[in-house]
Design a binder for this molecule. Sequence first.
Ligand code: FAD
Ligand code: NA7
Length: 488
Amino acid sequence: NGESFEYDLVVIGGGSGGLACAKEAVQFGKKVAVLDFVKPSPQGTKWGLGGTCVNVGCIPKKLMHQASLLGEAIHDSQAYGWEFENPQSVKNNWSKLVESVQNHIKSVNWVTRVDLRDKKVEYINGLGYFKDVHNVVAILKNKTERVLNAKHVVIAVGGRPRFPDIPGAIEHGISSDDIFSLDREPGKTLVVGAGYIGLECAGFLKGLGYDATILVRSIVLRGFDQQMAEVVKASMEEKGVHIKMGTKPKSIEKLEDGRLLVKYAFNDKPDEVITDTFNTVLFAIGRNALVEDLQLKSAGVEVIDGKIDVDRNSKTNVDNIYAVGDVLYKKPELTPVAINAGRIIARHLFNDSDEIMDYDDVATTVFSPLEYGCVGLSEEVATERYGADNIEVYHAYYKPTEFFVPQRSVRYCYLKAVALREGDQRVVGLHFIGPVAGEIIQGFAVALKSGLTMKVLKTTVGIHPTVAEEFTRLLITKRSGLDPTPAT
Ligand code: FAD
Ligand code: NA7
């Protein structure tokens, strides 16, 4: 209608999805601004540009996971002939680890800023809210407000950890927002929640030498294949993580010596209170999308269960307003998902692209620290979708060669392929627990998306000796009842 706007695009949220969308949009010569603002956690932790993944998510998590794997490697190395003056004295220095992790994050924050400047994306360090469909207000650090008039708006505000409504949780608890920059050793830690974030935090803390306990309200890794989840759980328990099934925390109090007194109970005996003391209590009970500050009503954007729903073009119920990333209703909350969807929005808006974001068969990995990588359907979902008679599940335990020398446990190295039973048996899900599962599943995800069948998998020649080759040796079906444990 010939109306002109100050900006072609304003993105609210400078995380994985928002930045990807903004950077793609400027490629098409558009005028783009990104607002990013981080409210401190209840414990006062703050961070810079780049969103959850870079600052308090994937990146620091992977580095701490690596630190934990290196601890295992130091232990293994002795059997491989490495000598230490005093092997017992080898320990991780938490403050050195935090410093290294934070230095890396700061460098990524810096590179991100320079990249935006180079690409001519305007970065505004302000908290955004809607005045109306085309006007976004940025509340700047000095509390002044700046109105940005935009043709299109993308909501990419992500989410933040939730805290339970129990006494002491917010005052004394921390979350994944705080752990990666904690200015003291975590010590004996209680993790509440058994989603992937809870398991990963407990896993790397145990690997770094701290006592770790997880309170699990119901099941481990809801949404993931439950047989695989059980294997992950067993492997963590074998490594010494205490897992308390069917429990809920009741309260946290701070003792005079600074330790935290936690009261919890089993779900079936709510009145029998158990007490224990910890140095740290970390909540990983899920995340809330940051929709509240946005004043979405002013723009008429609908909220469902605290999230925003979009159509296949990532458009909200309002014509010029799109949304991407963790803020979305019922979509995988993963960085590459947000990035891909963000880029597709920009191409759709400014380059006439009709590309659609494909949310199916997104691969992912849980770093526990034994890795669990998967792509496609869980056995449960495949059974529900196709019927037990119409799927074939191939499975095997295997023994990584490199685990033998240091006599590492091989009990939990397990994989399975979930396939359709008919014809060449199209593979609908792949699951792998073992070393470098993430690296392995990434390649197999491409194969699965390309229509992989069991026939092709079985005729693929493996690379020996690797753990990935186990996928080419899957012969035993669950239906056969044969023992999937290798003979040697
Ligand atoms: P975010 O990256 O969260 O970015 C949103 C940004 O918007 C934030 O900076 C926020 O402060 C800002 N913001 C919010 N409201 C406003 C406002 N009103 N105005 C201005 N700015 C605002 N994913 C993986 O793929 N692999 C992993 O291994 C992995 N590990 C993870 C580990 C942890 C501990 C966590 C917490 C997450 C992990 N994730 C992982 C998930 C991943 O981090 C998220 O899926 C991803 O960051 C989502 O991107 P986003 O763009 O939706 O939001
Ligand atoms: P998830 O994957 O939602 O997992 C949350 C876990 O915390 C899960 O085990 C929940 O048990 C448990 N939970 C939830 N509320 C409570 C309360 N009140 N008390 C105790 N335990 C609780 O969240 P994450 O923190 O791992 O974050 C990962 C996010 O990224 C998540 O939003 C995913 O969608 C992707 P439940 O199984 O519900 O009984």
